[in-house]
Design a protein around this ligand. Structure first.
Ligand SMILES: Cc1ncc(COP(=O)(O)O)c(C=O)c1O
Length: 484
């Protein structure tokens, strides 16, 4: 742990700034002198001095040999990874690069149906054929959870020639499925396992959080450090676990997708977030878990509110308790209405809200007062907004996709834009995703069958928003299809 006390990238940056070089290099604001005065007034001048990119002594993100390399090695050591890559394009960049490194054009990739849009981008860029495994959507909550282990393992056996499998661990709402078994089954069939661990960088820091994907054997795991740990927004890291994918292939793919002028504000924040996690991650997450339990038990006692408990959810084996999902439909409100009330009347900004639920994220940065403030606001919500009639419809089953083209061919094809009903039998050129449940109705290349169209109408009648439609001239939503 002594080594973990170091912060080589941060130290190199501080040494550079202290030296006070006359800056005849980019960025153009030159330590803040040329920055818009409003930014200086709001952010303070010092931050601009640290807003640097690659310079002598600061190493090179895309060919690290000095401070960046040392900082990445310390992160790898903390996470038990073979190598760690700092990311300045979020987990989005990490997942795209992981897929590009692990596959060749034309190969198949197994994806959960609720895969993040970065995986759609990766599938298009790498020209892959997606094979989806279904995720279980809980009817009462309208949220995706885990998967049916036996069904996914059978699908792996029936999908010869697949190169990789992607695992979401955990979901946005903090739910995890039987990952250990899935990783083992996929690797036994020769697949590289990529974990979308955007919401799980803290899993490695406390034993009461679910086990991390790397610990469970994943080959690659991309984590949004900025979401749960202390680093700046857009800073993430990608860990390399087993030996299936060469580190050089990952580094090459990252050169394809990331900036050649990486922000040292982001990189230094990663280095320090790693040190912070190594120093007191366990104690910090202990406090966060205690606070989350306190808020959870208080919220669960409020009439009309329910807190998501993973026990008994189909295909779910664990839960991050620091993600507090509160169902408000018992009050006769939608999640969005409740979130709006909390924001307007109590100054509380939730992470996410949908038809039935509101999601609150608790981290070590929250204290008892924050927890009490949230509980007071939830109590007021339950008191003041009770007794109205519930207006949320049942979410229909999502039909099985029928793939007619690879996503790349559909995404690059000439497109026509049609009203929903007129698109029957046509091939989608863009993804159409209802929120909730955030599980796509169609990916590019899939047929808009009568079942898909009917499900889209039922989803809208139930109050969900269909993302991926384009407004026509009169404002009516149109669906992009491949021109025939
Ligand atoms: C499940 C999941 N994967 C990946 C991402 C992308 O992460 P980032 O915002 O760090 O690019 C997100 C972002 O919200 C996400 O929810």
């Amino acid at each position: 742990m002594q080594r973990q006390e170091r912060a080589p990238l941060w130290e190199a940056l501080v040494a550079h700034v202290r030296h006070g070089y006359a800056a005849f290099h980019v960025p153009g604001h030159k330590g803040g002198r040329g920055a818009p005065p409003e930014l200086g007034a709001a952010w303070g001048r010092p931050v601009f001095k640290y807003d640097l990119t690659e310079l002598p002594g600061l190493d090179n993100l895309h060919a690290p040999a000095g401070a960046v390399r040392a900082a990445q090695e310390l992160a790898a050591e903390l996470y038990g990874a073979r190598a760690t890559f700092f990311l300045v394009g979020g987990t989005t960049a990490g997942l795209v690069a992981a897929v590009l490194a692990a596959t060749r054009p034309g190969q198949r990739i197994l994806l959960p149906r609720h895969a993040h849009r970065s995986l759609l981008a990766a599938t298009i860029l790498a020209d892959l054929e997606p094979v989806f495994y279904p995720v279980e959507v809980d009817k009462e909550w309208g949220l995706p959870g885990g998967w049916d282990e036996t069904a996914v393992e059978a699908l792996i056996r029936q999908t010869p020639g697949a190169a990789a499998l992607v695992l979401v661990h955990p979901t946005y709402h903090g739910l995890v499925g039987p990952a250990r078994e899935l990783i083992a089954a996929a690797q036994a069939a020769g697949l590289t396992v990529i974990a979308d661990e955007a919401h799980g960088p803290h899993f490695y820091l406390h034993p009461e959080l679910p086990p991390g994907a790397l610990t469970l054997g994943a080959d690659l795991a991309a984590q949004s450090t900025h979401k749960l740990l202390g680093s700046l927004t857009q800073s993430s890291w990608l860990h390399l676990g087993g030996g299936r994918v060469p580190a050089a292939a990952v580094a090459e793919a990252l050169r394809w997708v990331e900036s050649s002028s990486p922000s040292y504000l982001l990189l230094a924040s990663l280095d320090l977030a790693r040190r912070q996690a190594a120093r007191n991650g366990r104690a910090a997450w202990q406090r966060a878990l205690e606070l989350a339990r306190m808020v959870r038990s208080g919220a669960a006692r409020l009439p009309g509110l329910a807190c998501l408990e993973a026990a008994g959810w189909p295909g779910v084996t664990g839960q991050d308790l620091c993600k507090l999902t509160v169902r408000v439909s018992g009050l006769g409100l939608t999640g969005r209405e409740a979130a709006c009330y909390l924001r307007r009347a109590h100054g509380i900004q939730a992470e996410l809200a949908d038809l039935r639920t509101v999601l609150f994220v608790l981290t070590p940065a929250d204290g008892e007062k924050d927890g009490e403030r949230l509980l007071t606001a939830l109590a007021a919500l339950a008191r003041e907004r009770r007794g109205e009639k519930a207006r949320v419809g049942e979410l229909p089953e999502l039909p099985r996709p029928v793939q007619r083209l690879r996503p790349r061919a559909a995404a690059f094809a000439p497109k026509a834009y049609l009203p929903w009903r007129a698109a029957r039998g046509r091939v989608a050129a863009r993804a159409v995703v209802p929120y909730p449940p955030g599980v796509p109705l169609a990916w590019p290349g899939e047929e808009l069958t009568p079942e898909v169209l009917a499900a889209g109408e039922a989803l809208q009648a139930a109050g969900t928003e269909l993302h991926g439609l384009t407004p026509g001239e009169g404002g009516e939503p149109l669906v992009a299809v491949v021109e025939e």
